[in-house]
Design a protein around this ligand. Structure first.
Ligand SMILES: Nc1ncnc2c1ncn2[C@@H]1O[C@H](COP(=O)(O)OP(=O)(O)OP(=O)(O)O)[C@@H](O)[C@H]1O
Ligand SMILES: O=C(O)[C@H](O)CO
Length: 389
């Protein structure tokens, strides 16, 4: 009997239809049907946004902690974070508390949406005794420069009358002063914010402001229109100005400062956080490179909701494919929707082939509802032909 072939499955989530964990589960189910021939090794991935915490928990690298926090509009929601007791490290994902999937499309409103709930998650981690916090950013519903989270952590954001500003991106236009409260006696057991090592895992390297900035590039998916764009851009600019004038921190041109509606920028400015690539950090935590060194991997399957020209510019499936190719392992990308011409596909250097199984004529709503079945069909079809090749 021949040795089963090892397939590493390491996808991003399909935004709006499928988590990376469920992608892996479907691949495992198909693998089970070919159990004598295939061994599936799952590593659901994330770039710092949705699925960041789940990826660590799935790999058995952290305990799960659950906390009830405020969603972007102030309603109660249960959010998870990951906890590594030996190293007193908490891995927190902002999308758990302040992510876009928490809102119905008609509720999207970055003028009002706030990251306050992410601050509550961070507080829960600090209460547990966290000495290091890794905060994954991306997939946010917010454009408040992370101010809501910092308010929850104990910073006061004041207007020119000395009153606290309201929650949401719009209120930043009346920001005049930021004050850090000193920790009280009751907080003695907690590390102070300055004692904690802050690492921010960003899904993008966009700057805070301008054409490539947080509001211009990621605002539209959160519901930003022409009018609200100006308010939100001015609000973030005001935040940057105050951080420069009063805190001597220049975040205007900092790559990555625009992640999660500018949250990365304010965490650098006020908490001295270090910005890193979410994908790089997660790959390191999951020891992906070592997997290739210690397992004879025959094929890598990755994927994301939509593959297009952007996929080859540093998006997660391409990063996975580059890694696979460094170890001479072929990589296949699976997506819900393929938006690339044959010529564009030929230009994909590392991702050797892309498979989809969907009729052009089917509406997106139907496709989204049928994701699981479609994916299972695609895996079955592809693996059957791969095994017989
Ligand atoms: N099951 C599906 N079937 C068909 N199309 C899908 C499916 N799931 C997602 N999509 C399409 O993919 C889009 C989302 O793409 P994707 O998941 O790659 O996220 P993205 O916006 O590129 O962001 P990122 O990759 O940075 O998370 C959706 O808007 C939808 O058009
Ligand atoms: O949350 C967002 O704004 C985008 O994912 C970029 O970080």
């Amino acid at each position: 009997m021949s040795v089963p072939k090892t397939i590493l499955v390491a996808p991003d989530s399909f935004k709006g239809s499928l988590s990376a964990v469920n992608f892996c589960r479907i691949a495992e189910k198909v693998g089970q049907a070919h159990a004598n021939e295939i061994h599936v090794l799952s590593r659901p991935m994330s770039d710092g946004g949705e699925g960041f915490v789940e990826a660590l928990i799935y790999a058995g690298l952290a305990e799960v902690k659950k906390v009830v926090v405020q969603d972007p509009l102030g309603r109660a929601t249960t959010a998870k974070f990951a906890w590594q007791p030996e190293t007193k490290t908490a891995i927190v994902e902002m999308a758990q508390a302040s992510g876009l999937p928490l809102l119905a499309p008609y509720e999207r409103n970055p003028l009002k949406a706030s990251t306050y709930g992410t601050g509550q998650l961070l507080n829960a981690a600090i209460d547990l005794g966290a000495e290091k916090i890794i905060l994954g950013l991306g997939g946010s519903a917010t454009n408040d420069g992370g101010v809501g989270a910092l308010q929850s952590l104990g910073f006061a954001f004041l207007d020119d009358q000395g009153d606290p500003i309201e929650l949401g991106g719009e209120a930043l236009t009346s920001l005049s002063k930021i004050v850090k409260k000193s920790p009280g006696m009751a907080e003695n057991k907690r590390k102070s914010l300055d004692e904690i090592e802050w690492v921010i895992a960003c899904d993008v390297s966009n700057p805070l402001l301008g054409e490539q900035g947080a509001t211009a590039v990621f605002g539209p998916q959160k519901g930003v229109d022409e009018q609200s764009f100006t308010t939100l851009e001015n609000g973030l600019a005001r935040l940057a100005d105050i951080l420069k004038k009063d805190w001597h921190q220049d975040i205007r041109d900092l790559p990555g400062a625009g992640a999660a509606g500018g949250m990365a920028g304010s965490f650098v400015g006020l908490l001295n956080a270090q910005l890193v690539s979410g994908f790089d950090l997660l790959s390191e935590l999951l020891q992906l490179e070592k997997l290739f060194q210690t397992h004879a991997i025959d094929l890598v399957i990755t994927g994301e909701g939509k593959m297009d020209l952007q996929t080859q510019f540093g998006k997660l499936p391409n990063r996975i494919a580059e890694l696979a190719n460094r170890y001479q392992v072929p990589a296949v990308g699976v997506c819900g929707k393929l938006e690339a011409s044959a010529a564009e596909l030929a230009a994909f250097k590392d991702l050797r082939s892309i498979h989809e199984d969907l009729a052009e004529t089917t509406s997106l709503d139907v496709l989204l509802a049928q994701t699981d079945q479609n994916l299972e069909k695609t895996f079955n079809r592809y693996l059957t032909s791969w095994l017989s090749a």
